[in-house]
Design a protein around this ligand. Structure first.
Ligand SMILES: Nc1nc2c(ncn2[C@@H]2O[C@H](COP(=O)(O)OP(=O)(O)OP(=O)(O)O)[C@@H](O)[C@H]2O)c(=O)[nH]1
Ligand SMILES: [Mg+2]
Length: 1009
């Protein structure tokens, strides 16, 4: 039922709680749904049990007369724009200093328990506060000096005034329980704080002192301490004395180590080290038994212990890593991956075999490698281990998995999925054929290997060798470490080549990382196991046999092995997680069997379940056929054709472009130009947007998509490193955002990819030209912003820059609220490229089967217009499903979208949230965490902004506003969503989305039974 979904808000629940006598407090800023109320809601009038009212964050300018009829005792009005004070002399107040001054004749200072000083409070207001305290007429338990939310860049013009009075104010307030200086560049910690015997909550955030006094931690009642955003390289030893401390926020300080004294804080439940350059989280973390919440940024390069693969998995993983280590001792990693790439026939397989056995004879019958072959190589070595008192060298067998890639063209686009970080690369070139495109390989490795070293091995094959301009290549590709030459027919040059490869392997940064012994034991057991794959349950059993007891520990190890490329274990995927592939090349081999199958090739890439049964006919494949197709889809190698049992592998599509009509009255073109174009971009796009493919209009290098009335033709020109996009003028913007967004996602999988979007000039000469002048979008935006026309490089005519842009980005339907969506249509808002993808896929299918069209919002939200447009198109009566996961709540674009959705008047009726397990919105701390996340983002940007010149602020300010909006809105929105009786993901799995369907059905009138 709709009511189940959009049931009473937290506010209504809070009202209910007060009405039932379960609570006596109402918090308008927190409880009210999105959109601050301007008046106190009438429902409050019935609450005869209301004692405390908090107004901060609401927009209330006045309180109604009837409030006096209620037994309200306390009102916290800090941060609320009240314009008048109600005559309620019995109430205890917390107020801004400015209000305290403005209403000085109406307020009995004896009734004020809390105050706030902000950057806007002028000298008379501060002096008034000082006078009240000095005369002992005011006795506060709470005082904050704070930049209020909503005015992040406010300047403290009154700083001298605040500085002059603050010590005296504090000294006059011995009963303070809460004191804070937040976002106020005071630069010092006021001394009188040390005499606050009752202080339990102290915030000194962005006050910017370089040290804090010893006595801070001796405050006897201190429970929560916030020292974030300061400049503290260390903390005093007295820290260990803060024995009641439960929350410690040290985020954004230049701390390189977690202070030792932290381990003495037995009650510590929450520790925040985000933004600190710490290097290790030591085993002492196990001493903090009360700790439930640790924030560190494992992506920082300094943080290496535990290894980032472990830290990324969170506090439990870190604890489990150290528990295991305690139980079993440590071993040291001496294992790495060697990847051999290059063109077909270059000699890769021969080199790989000669690395293992130099006497391996040249074999004319060497079959061309299908997909990938993995060989294992071992040599005696020594690993260097960093210890507290210096370095130690340990003898170890070094284990290398050599991944020998098939060089044929067909494999190039799939290789990218296996090019890993922390590996050594060898590029083999055939010097007789001279067919190696060095730049291509260097680029691809550069794009995907995260700086891993690459060695060029020129295989002379008894011939001469071309001179490579190594110096230039090295400048451009710093990961190119050596160029060597061999002749594999007589092994000349082989010795030095192997030696160099060994050395690069030994120098890889992860070698020598300490790992619990149990982990290594399991790893060995798996290696000794010659099965191709095992079930997840079997994997767990092997872990148990080697001393693991908790499943979470086993999963952590599994994830680690996967990350190192030792096995394939996709834990996040419900289907794939059931199997652990012990021999990755078996998995990849199975996939390539399909792509290499002559019949499927003849069929231009189209296949069905019968084909798969034929190709994977051996008994070993039978239990895992579904998983293997899933694996292919995961790597964008195939997709299932909508509403059929057929699959298509785009790599194998016909090279001939089919005929299709393109009788559009006018069209717009656009080009994506790549610095280096990875192979298979258009194939991945085809898989990504396969449900929009128009009829049969898809071929090896191009596709036509259709969505509503819009059409887009995308053609890849690999030689010229570009994608050419043609859009029918109707609905061109929607189409563009659909395609652009999908491309963006694909581009993101190549860390350093450089792409430029270009728009052709529309002057007469260019319209007729084969190769018109192209303007980059960036250029056009610059000119349009400045209001200048841009000059065509062909005709030298001046062209309207904003006109060229607006055709693509401005409303093409006059901005009306035309409802493009028909009945039975639902929109879904979710974070692309994450876990939610699969769920949306499934949901789309299941709901479609019941007659509801689920439209994904494929708008690229980098430009604000499309989403606003999209929201307008939604119209009043439509429904939006919001799939909330952690990534969503941390994504700028998603959150922008959500704030837009939340702005709708019918928010509660039209939004259907589904909460995935990792979205921590059901507990208030979790929600606050997100507020804090956005606050951190904002502060970070704010600080960055101060460092750049005025002329560069354009985009940044906009971004800052966005962070601000998100931060202000997130608490309210998540509160509402958490209240809406949301369905959790678990409720849907296996539930056929029936409940969702029922609720939606009532809203949008799908084909309900
Ligand atoms: N004469 C001569 N032949 C060589 C040399 N190196 C490799 N070959 C031969 O060249 C052919 C191709 O070598 P492979 O090692 O299979 O080449 P590859 O790079 O693995 O090729 P793909 O697996 O198709 O990518 C085989 O017949 C080898 O025996 C060499 O140095 N001299
Ligand atoms: Mg080979």
């Amino acid at each position: 039922m709709v009511d189940d979904w959009a049931s009473s808000s937290r506010f209504e629940q809070d009202i209910q709680a007060v009405a039932d006598g379960r609570s006596d407090t109402l918090d308008l800023g927190r409880s009210y749904h999105y959109g601050a109320p301007r008046e106190l809601p009438a429902a409050v009038r019935q609450l005869t049990g209301l004692r405390t009212l908090r107004l901060g964050g609401s927009g209330l300018t006045a309180l109604p007369g009837w409030l006096a009829e209620l037994p309200v005792e306390t009102i916290d009005a800090r941060g609320c724009p009240l314009q008048e004070m109600p005559p309620m002399p019995w109430v205890r107040w917390a107020l801004d200093a400015g209000k305290l001054y403005a209403f000085r004749r109406l307020i009995d200072p004896g009734r004020v328990y809390g105050a706030a000083i902000g950057p806007g409070d002028d000298a008379p207001a501060i002096a008034h506060l000082g006078r009240l305290i000095g005369e002992r007429r005011l006795s506060l338990t709470e005082l904050v000096v704070e930049t209020p939310r909503g005015m992040p860049s406010a300047t403290w013009a009154n700083l001298a005034e605040v500085d002059r009075h603050l010590d005296e104010l504090i000294a006059g307030l011995p009963r303070l329980r809460m004191f804070g200086i937040v976002d106020c560049p005071l630069g010092r910690v006021p001394e009188p704080i040390r005499r606050l015997r009752h202080l339990s909550n102290l915030r000194l955030s962005a006050v910017l002192p370089e040290e804090v006094p010893d006595w801070l931690f001796e405050l006897p009642a201190l429970v929560a301490l916030d020292l974030s955003h300061n400049r503290l390289p260390r903390l005093p030893e007295t820290l260990g004395r803060a024995q009641r401390l439960a929350e410690l926020d040290l985020s954004y300080n230049p701390l390189r180590e977690i202070p030792d004294e932290v381990w003495q804080l037995e009650r510590l439940a929450s520790l925040d080290l985000w933004g600190c350059p710490i290097q290790r989280i030591p085993a002492e973390i196990l001493k903090l038994t009360a700790l439930t919440d640790l924030r560190v940024d494992e992506t920082r390069p300094e943080l290496t212990v535990p290894p980032p693969e472990v830290t990324a998995r969170g506090l439990d993983a870190i604890k489990s890593y150290w528990t295991q280590e305690r139980a079993s001792g440590m071993d040291y990693l001496s294992e790495a991956k060697l990847l051999i790439v290059g063109e077909a026939g270059a000699g890769k397989t021969t080199l790989a075999k000669k690395i293992l056995h130099p006497s391996y004879p040249l074999n004319v019958g060497e079959g061309s490698t299908q997909g990938i072959a993995v060989l294992s190589w071992r040599f005696a070595s020594a690993v260097r281990i960093a210890e507290a008192d210096g370095e130690r060298v340990l003898e170890r067998d070094f284990r290398v998995n050599i991944w020998d890639f098939g060089g044929q063209e067909i494999y190039h686009s799939t290789h990218q999925f296996f090019l890993t970080k922390r590996s050594v690369y060898v590029l083999v070139s055939d010097e007789r054929k001279e067919d190696t495109d060095f730049r291509y390989w260097l680029e691809v490795v550069n794009l995907l290997s995260d700086g891993s070293p690459l060695i060029i091995v020129q295989n002379r094959k008894q011939g001469r060798m071309q001179e490579l301009d190594v110096r230039t290549l090295r400048q451009e590709y710093p990961n190119l470490v050596a160029t060597l030459s061999v002749d594999l027919s007589d092994n000349s040059g082989l010795g030095p080549t192997i030696a160099r490869v060994r050395r690069e392997l030994e120098l890889l940064p992860h070698i020598g990382t300490a790992l619990p012994k149990t982990w290594q034991d399991v790893r060995m057991a798996l290696e000794a196991d010659d099965r191709e794959y095992i079930t997840e349950t079997e994997f767990f059993r092997i872990c148990e046999d080697h001393g693991f007891t908790r499943q979470t520990d086993m999963k952590q190890l599994g994830g680690f092995l996967h990350d190192l490329g030792i096995c394939l274990y996709f834990q996040e995927d419900p289907l794939l997680s059931r199997t652990v592939v012990l021999q990755p090349e078996w998995g990849t081999g199975a996939v390539y069997r399909v792509l290499d199958d002559p019949q499927i090739m003849a069929n231009r890439g189209v296949f069905d379940a019968d084909d798969l049964r034929r190709i994977w006919h051996e008994p070993i494949y039978e239990p895992v056929r579904d998983e293997l197709v899933r694996l292919m889809a995961k790597f964008s190698l195939c997709f299932r054709v909508r509403a059929t049992d057929r699959y298509v592998a785009p790599q194998l599509l016909s090279k001939v472009r089919p005929t299709y009509p393109w009788d559009e009255p006018s069209d717009l073109t656009l080009r994506y130009l790549y610095d280096v174009m990875p192979k298979g971009i258009v194939h991945r796009l085809i898989v990504e947007l396969h449900d929009l493919i128009e009829d049969e209009a898809v071929w090896h290098t191009g596709v036509v998509f259709q969505y509503e009335t819009g059409r887009a033709e995308v053609i890849e020109d690999y030689r010229r490193r570009r994608l050419q996009i043609r859009l029918a003028a109707r609905n061109s913007r929607v189409m563009l955002s659909v395609v652009d967004r999908a491309l963006n996602m694909i581009h993101k999988s190549y860390p350093d990819l450089k792409v430029e979007r270009l728009r052709p000039c529309n002057c007469e000469a260019c319209v007729a030209a084969e190769e018109p002048t192209m303007f980059s979008m960036r250029e056009l935006v610059d000119f349009a912003r400045a209001g200048h026309p841009i000059q065509c490089r062909t005709s030298h005519q001046l062209v309207d820059a904003s006109g060229l842009l607006s055709e693509l980005w401005q409303p093409d339907d006059g901005g009306t609220s035309r409802r493009a969506s028909g009945p039975g249509e639902v929109f879904v808002s979710y974070k692309w490229g994450g876990d939610a993808d699969d769920m949306v896929d499934e949901m789309q299918g299941k709901l479609a089967a019941r007659g509801l069209v689920v439209t994904r919002d494929r708008d690229e939200l980098r430009y604000r217009d499309p989403i606003q447009q999209f929201m307008r198109r939604l119209g009043a009566g439509k429904a939006v499903i919001v799939l909330l996961d952690d990534a969503y709540l941390r994504s700028k674009n998603c959150m922008f979208e959500l704030t837009e959705v939340a702005d709708r008047e019918d928010f509660r009726q039209s939004v259907f949230p589904i909460v995935l397990p990792d979205a921590n919105i059901f507990d208030p701390i979790g929600r606050l965490e997100y507020v804090r996340y956005w606050e951190d983002k904002r502060v970070e940007l704010d600080q960055a902004m101060r460092a750049v010149g005025q002329e560069n602020l354009q985009g940044i300010r906009e971004e800052l506003d966005l962070y601000e909006t998100i931060r202000n809105a997130i608490a309210r929105i998540t509160d509402v969503l958490a209240d809406m009786n949301t369905l959790t993901a678990a409720k849907h799995v296996g539930g056929d989305f029936a409940e969702l369907y029922r609720a939606l059905g009532e809203k949008v009138g799908g084909r309900t039974q």
